[in-house]
Write a protein that binds this ligand. Structure first.
Ligand code: SAM
Length: 293
């Protein structure tokens, strides 16, 4: 039996029959707008041979649209209580597998290899908002063999993710997104499109993974340490946040900033990707010199 999972009455009945109550702490806001999931699935599946990883199946409203278009869908859902519901709503599809795990704990590299072999893989999800940043960071930093990430996030998160590094909205997540992908906003989704309705609006974004990063730091680890330290204390000047985050004396950081041509009281959000690369390379040199002293 096919369920109309965009119909609020059907979803409410299904949840009631299974004694399901929404968990706020798991970010459970289920989509009930009939337009949104087909549109997301169209963006995610470039051809019928694509493999898709979904994060958070809910009752399967997006999962079914993905399953209609992709060759195989693997959906990672943490909440066990949804499994009996999903076994009903997905019973017509033999190309969907639910993995009952926490997306932040699962070994995604292994999962992709095991479940998809050599297929092209993309990620598509209406993300649980309480873990938007760590999930996107994990998807990017794990250097997975994936083509694109089509995700729904809070409107404010979309602004931050799609900002340019050096804009007021930018942060460490913006830097990671710019380093690994090309980010684009796709469409706006109002809060009334969900049950229960959240307090904020949403936006669907696309992150297309790049083959090569736009900057090439000498040492990637130092680059990310620098970016994360710079943004860790946004209200402080870069000299203070870098000194605290990297455990380098303030006077040394001050000198490095000066040598790179930055003003003494510059703040992290003013740095561009190239600035971060220049700075990180100088810090790498400083560390090597320091260790050889
Ligand atoms: N895809 C469904 C939809 O669009 O209606 C559900 C989206 S809902 C915003 C997020 C889903 O992620 C919920 O089903 C929730 O149980 C699940 N979830 C929350 N935390 C998770 C985690 N750490 N790992 C995997 N799934 C998680």
């Amino acid at each position: 039996m096919m369920y109309n999972l965009s119909d609020i009455g059907t979803v409410k009945r299904l949840l009631e029959e299974n004694g399901f109550h929404f968990s706020k702490s798991l970010g459970q806001n289920f989509l009930i707008d009939p337009e949104v999931c087909p549109q997301m699935a169209n963006e995610a599946v470039s051809d019928g041979e694509t493999g898709i990883i979904e994060i958070g199946a809910g009752v399967g409203v997006l999962t079914t649209e993905l399953a209609k278009r992709a060759e195989k869908v693997v959906s990672i859902e943490l909440d066990k209580r949804l499994l009996p519901i999903l076994s009903k709503t997905l019973c017509d599809f033999d190309n969907v597998e639910i993995v009952n795990e926490d997306v932040l704990k699962v070994d995604l590299k292994r999962l992709i290899k095991e479940k998809f072999g050599d297929r092209k893989v993309s990620v598509c999800a209406n993300l649980p908002y309480y873990i938007t940043s760590p999930v996107i960071m994990k998807l990017l930093e794990s250097k997975l063999e994936i083509e694109k990430i089509i995700v729904m996030v809070q409107k404010e998160a979309a602004d931050r993710i799609c900002a340019e590094v050096g804009d007021r909205d930018s942060g460490a997540l913006t830097a990671a997104v710019n380093y690994y992908s090309k980010a684009e906003k796709l469409f706006f989704v109002p809060r009334e499109s969900f049950i229960p309705s959240p307090k904020v609006d949403s936006e669907v974004i696309s992150l297309r993974l790049l083959k090569e990063s736009p900057v090439k730091p000498k040492d990637e680890t130092v680059f990310w340490q620098t970016v994360k330290a710079a943004f860790a204390q946004r209200r402080k000047t870069a000299v203070n946040s870098l000194s605290a985050g990297l455990s380098i004396e303030k006077s040394a950081v001050s000198l490095i900033l000066k040598e790179c041509g930055f003003e003494e009281n510059i703040r992290a959000e003013r740095f561009t990707m190239n600035d971060f690369c220049l700075l990180a390379d100088r810090i790498t040199d400083y560390k090597i010199k320091g260790e050889n002293r």
